[in-house]
Design a protein around this ligand. Structure first.
Ligand code: SF4
Ligand code: SF4
Length: 375
């Protein structure tokens, strides 16, 4: 993972004041601090100033096509599973100016690029979200076509991971080998112990170690360390993905299941927008009325739109079934050939935010079952 090294382990305990100190130290170091907040009936990752901005006492309820905040019995600050929108929108913004040009007497002059943004500190990154960042690191680290903006933001980012204490009904990170334990790719890892009102904090990089040392927090006791390990070990999952069948999807272009899912899919593209690894974009040019100033923007796009596959003469994927098949086959199957890993980290967002509740694990299960039964 970029910018991460292997320091001697520092494990301390932080209470609310300690967490406040951690956020203040990050601000002092010049980071823009972004974390979960409860807003608009959802957990939204946004700018935060102190632990007071965190979604204290809020959990969530997720299932196919369903998301609700719910009150928890405790005052956990990170008691939800995953927020609707991941960290992708900060590292790989939905809309980004590539360059601008201005007409001069000598012709068009390319404008200097906008100054780089302040480095960001992400608070509350889950194990599946760390895995998604690692997937995008590969995509945007391509040797021939690197995304330098992504790489700059990613390299500068400080990651405070918070391990999950429970799984949502749409989570299946354990099937994808991406969670729920946080094992790498963080500067600081927190495990919340809601019953005790404190966190076990472990450094995962030199910068994380230095920051924790500055806080002068007490060392974690054996009892706290055991409680932290038991918390994640006790998580159970109701949803699973057959990753082996998933890898074979690209070899089944004519499977009857594609017609079945096409009858339900609205091609709205929600699944691609919330997916923390989807990266397709389109390019749009805009000019002022006089044609003196022009800008080129890159915007998120989706393989579910007809225009996305438009080439000379027309769109290649005109049918709903071909668009759904393209998405799921790339994500679970050909992504391995292209990037050496699955494109799915099991966060479950595409299930929760599909308006008709199409479930990626269920589609794979149905194909798997048809092969077993021959139907
Ligand atoms: S699978 Fe669901 S979220 Fe994705 S395009 Fe179809 S209807 Fe929309
Ligand atoms: S395909 Fe669905 S479950 Fe997998 S990473 Fe994307 S949004 Fe999460």
């Amino acid at each position: 993972m970029p910018g991460k090294d292997a320091p001697p382990t520092t494990t301390v305990v932080l209470d609310r004041n300690g967490l406040d100190g951690l956020l203040a130290a990050l601000v002092k170091k010049g980071y823009r601090v972004i974390g979960p907040t409860a807003r608009d009936d959802a957990v939204i990752y946004d700018d935060i100033d102190s632990p007071k901005d965190l979604p204290e006492g809020w959990g969530d309820e997720q299932k196919g096509g369903h998301y609700r905040l719910r009150r928890r019995q405790d005052k956990a600050l990170f008691g939800y599973t995953v927020a609707p929108q991941g960290w992708k929108r900060f590292l790989y913004p939905p809309s980004q100016k590539l360059f601008g040009a201005r007409r001069t007497e000598a012709g068009f002059e390319i404008q200097p690029p906008d100054p780089p943004e302040a480095p960001m500190a992400f608070i509350g990154v889950r194990a599946c979200e760390l895995a998604a960042m690692a997937v995008q690191d590969r995509v945007f680290g391509d040797k021939l076509y690197p995304d330098t903006g992504y790489q700059r933001r990613r390299k500068a980012a400080f990651v405070v991971a918070v391990e999950c204490g429970e799984a949502g009904a749409t989570c299946f990170c354990s099937s994808m080998g991406t969670g729920p334990a946080v094992v790498a790719g963080f500067d600081i890892k927190l495990v919340e112990l809601p019953a005790k009102g404190r966190f076990v904090a472990e450094a995962g990089s030199l910068e994380g170690t230095k920051l924790l040392d500055k806080l002068k927090a007490p060392k974690a006791s054996d009892a706290d360390c055991t409680a932290a390990v038991e918390r994640v070990a006790g998580i159970t999952f109701t949803k699973q993905m057959n990753a082996k069948t998933a890898r074979t999807l690209a070899a089944k272009p004519d499977h009857p299941r594609w017609d079945d899912v096409a009858a339900r899919c609205l091609t709205c593209g929600n699944c691609t927008m919330v997916c923390p690894t989807c990266f397709c974009t389109t390019v749009e040019d805009v000019t002022d009325l006089k044609g003196d100033n022009a800008e080129r923007w890159r915007k998120w796009d989706s393989c579910f739109s007809v225009d996305f596959s438009y080439i000379h003469g027309g769109a290649v994927r005109t049918e709903v079934k071909s668009r759904y098949r393209q998405w799921i086959s790339h994500k679970l199957s050909t992504w391995h050939d292209q990037f050496g890993t699955s494109g799915c980290v099991g966060c479950g967002r595409c299930i929760t935010w599909c308006p008709v509740g199409i479930d990626i694990t269920e589609e794979v299960r149905a194909i798997d079952a048809s092969e077993t039964t021959g139907r």
